[in-house]
Design a protein around this ligand. Structure first.
Ligand code: SF4
Length: 108
C-alpha cells in the first residue's frame, strides 16, 4: 500500500468512524432505564392531588383502568418483578404499570 493509498484509507476510516459517532448522537436509540430514577411516592403532593394509588385493584373508581393502558404511560423496565414506566404527569419519576390516578386517559 502506497503512502497515498494509506492516507486515503485512513481518511476514509476517519469519516466512517466519525459518521457512526455522529449518528449515535443524532439518533439516540430507545430510552434506557435509569436506575437513579425513583418511583413516585404516593405521598407526593401531586400524587395526592390526582389520587395516585400504586394498585388499581384497590381503587374501585379505576374500573379496570391502570397506568399500563393510560395514554400518558410508557413502559420502561421491570423493577423487582413489577413493570414500571414514565408518566407525563410525573417528570423524572416512574409509576407502576398497575397504578392508577384520576388523570387516567384512554390510549388512542
Ligand atoms: S396519568 Fe395515567 S400513567 Fe400517569 S399516573 Fe395517572 S393513570 Fe398512571
Amino acid at each position: 500500500m502506497s503512502s497515498i493509498q494509506r492516507r486515503q484509507f485512513l481518511r476514509f476510516t476517519g469519516w466512517v468512524i466519525g459518521g457512526i459517532a455522529l449518528s449515535q448522537l443524532s439518533f439516540p436509540r430507545e430510552a434506557h432505564a435509569d436506575p437513579k430514577i425513583p418511583l413516585i411516592d404516593p405521598k407526593d403532593s401531586v400524587a395526592k392531588a390526582v389520587k395516585y394509588i400504586e394498585d388499581y385493584k384497590k381503587a374501585p373508581q379505576a374500573k379496570g383502568n391502570r397506568c399500563a393502558n393510560c395514554s400518558f404511560y410508557k413502559k420502561v423496565e421491570l423493577r423487582t418483578g413489577k413493570e414500571v414506566g414514565t408518566c407525563l404527569i410525573f417528570p423524572a419519576k416512574y409509576v407502576y404499570a398497575d397504578a392508577y390516578c384520576q388523570s387516567w386517559a384512554k390510549k388512542a
